[in-house]
Design a binder for this molecule. Sequence first.
Ligand SMILES: *[C@@H]1O[C@H](CO)[C@@H](O)[C@H](O)[C@H]1NC(C)=O
Ligand SMILES: *[C@@H]1O[C@H](CO)[C@@H](O)[C@H](O)[C@H]1NC(C)=O
Length: 220
Amino acid sequence: MVLMVRILFVSLFIGLVSSDPLPVQDYCVAVTDSETYIPCKNSSLVTIEDFMFYGLNATVEFNDAGLAIVSVNANTFPGLRTQGVSLARADFAVGGVAVPHVHPRATEVAWVLEGTFLSGFIDSQERVFSKVIQKGDVFLIPRGLVHFHKNVGDVQGSLLGFYNSENPGRSTFQDTIFGCGVKEELLGKYLGLSAEDISKMRGKLNLRGKAEAGFSASPN
Ligand SMILES: *[C@@H]1O[C@H](CO)[C@@H](O)[C@H](O)[C@H]1NC(C)=O
Ligand SMILES: *[C@@H]1O[C@H](CO)[C@@H](O)[C@H](O)[C@H]1NC(C)=O
């Protein structure tokens, strides 16, 4: 029992002070074309190109919310595996928004390259920290907290986000709540809404298909 409590404390402590585990070798280029789990590319086959990423020089297609993101994490840039860092370029059309979301595994530092944004985060006491930021400003979003950005200027805007994780993860409130496989009756109970309201909301957010796929995959 005492041992268990100690292990729990040690794991909590490690959880608090570190983000990704420390690397145990110089690099570990992820193997992306293997069906079995091979953690690192054979180092004799590693070249300079494994340490390069191309593609932050252009805006990709905007989504319905007026947001275009290029994520440079271990999934898109295998050389980042075990290095504990990643980044993303986010372009915003006029009025474009990054809806409230979290990166469960990383602190974010956002640097405004162009434009004017209303940005903010909400801490675990529901206190909102928000401000209009502009070109050259750097905004810190503490690890795992809900945050948002909206382009409030009259031209397209860009942010570069830096993360202390090779794969920070991203989950939005609407996808987590309405795109998950929890059945409408049950979700309705949590939120004080009828099953029809939940179903309507799922339809409105275009998440019905995603939720239904979840129903068949999960035992609830
Ligand atoms: C790594 O690649 C080299 C050169 O092709 C080869 O000689 C070596 O056996 C490989 N190592 C492993 C563990 O596959
Ligand atoms: C972006 O950079 C890549 C690689 O350096 C290049 O091939 C591509 O043409 C560039 N695209 C633009 C829009 O500048």
